[in-house]
Write a protein that binds this ligand. Structure first.
Ligand code: FMN
Length: 365
């Protein structure tokens, strides 16, 4: 399954693996793919250390880093100021969930409240990434042309994740080197257009800019299909959650939610961050979907409202409320395997599917 991308980027197979774990990113790259570290919730100093750790693990092989840069965030990392903007009805609703499920207070802020997404923090993150020796920078939400310019000036490959044609037009205008067409099936923040409908549209408008298909890619057959749609490779998140290398990043309840989830057990909810986010269905998404629930707040105000309770749910193992970001592809996975085994399986299955294409052509001829 070699495509032009492999030669251009010095990888063996056109599989890009997104993960919030340094160990997974290193293992994807060392297995011949392109690991990408999700660093949007990491402070600048942490980014520097973690990029160094990945570099030490992969040597000269390439890897990337992903940031999320939404356009309307507060200027400063000032939680108190945002706390004053949270409506009382929302606060009471969250207190109601706390009482109903007996959720104790967390011993420290949650992942969404350890810092507040702000211009201040984003600027520090961007400076740390630009100064690092990461080979590629991907932008998951937002694609500010000035950030693309800064990263290109440092010789880094630039990538944008897009969920609709409008986003792709903006990213192409900003001069990105690669587009990830991420469809509805995907885990984490996602849009409304299905992967099958999205990928060929983005390929057609991207011209010479290569496109990766994302959202629901869980087997080698999906990779073969992505190549048939005109993509030059794939970008995968969910499959790498179910790995030995990721295990230490999951609480027992989160792991159980992922292992038990079938294709129909994920849901898109704004209750996580204020933006549509696909996750395993749980009492958390269900409570927010009841007729009496308030609409989630905008991002990042919603983070301030729910960050601590989400941390407490994990810390105190409140099972009914535990959930995790995951795509519809989660239905393919019910055991943890080493990343290398996942990669080898994708390649083996993909090559077999591509070989079947060859046979089909033979029959038609
Ligand atoms: C738990 C989780 C968290 C994610 N967080 C981010 C993120 O911070 N930034 C980003 O660009 N994409 C994020 N994604 C989306 C992935 O980059 C990728 O596009 C997606 O997982 C592909 O679809 P799949 O989940 O079906 O493989 C996340 C995905 C998951 C499953």
């Amino acid at each position: 399954m070699k495509t032009e991308l492999c030669e251009r980027f010095g990888i063996d197979v056109p599989i890009f693996g997104f993960s919030h774990a340094v160990e997974v990113v290193s293992a994807v790259t060392n297995a011949g793919g392109y690991g990408v570290y999700g660093a949007t919730r990491r402070l600048a100093g942490e980014i520097t250390d973690e990029v160094n750790a990945i570099r030490a693990a992969v040597g000269d092989r390439p890897f990337g880093l992903d940031l999320v840069i939404p356009n309307k965030v507060p200027e400063k990392n000032d939680r108190d100021e945002l706390e004053r903007m949270v409506p009382d009805a929302h606060r009471s609703f969250v207190e109601g969930i706390e009482a109903k499920y007996s959720v104790p207070k967390p011993s420290e802020p949650g992942m969404r409240t350890r810092f507040i997404r702000s211009e201040e923090i984003q600027d520090e993150q961007i400076a740390a990434v630009a100064a690092s020796d990461v080979n590629m920078v991907a932008l998951g939400i937002g694609c500010p042309p000035e950030v693309i310019e800064i990263m290109k000036a440092q010789g880094k490959t630039t990538v944008a994740l897009v969920g609709q044609e409008r986003h792709a037009a903006r990213a192409l205008e900003a001069g990105v080197d690669l587009l990830v067409a991420q469809g509805y099936d995907a885990g984490g923040h996602t849009g409304q257009v299905g992967t099958f409908s999205l990928v060929p549209r983005i390929v057609d408008m991207a011209g010479n800019v290569p496109v990766l298909a994302a959202g629901g890619v869980a087997t080698g057959r999906h990779i073969a299909a992505a190549l048939a749609l005109g993509a030059q490779g794939v970008w995968i998140g969910t499959a790498f959650l179910m790995t030995e290398e990721y295990k230490s990043h999951l609480s027992p309840g989160e792991l159980a939610a992922l292992i038990n989830a079938q294709t129909t057990d994920t849901v898109i909810s704004r209750a996580e961050s204020g933006k549509p986010f696909r996750q395993t269905r749980s009492a958390w998404s269900e409570e927010w979907a009841t007729p009496d629930a308030p609409q989630p707040l905008s991002h990042p105000l919603h983070d301030v409202l729910v960050g601590d309770i989400l941390g407490a749910i994990i810390e105190h193992d409140i099972r009914p409320l535990q959930h995790y970001g995951a795509g519809q592809g989660i239905g393919w996975f019910d055991t943890l395997r080493p990343v290398k085994e996942v990669m080898d399986g994708l390649v083996r299955d993909g090559d077999a599917a591509l070989a079947r294409f060859g046979q089909l052509k033979g029959v038609a001829a």
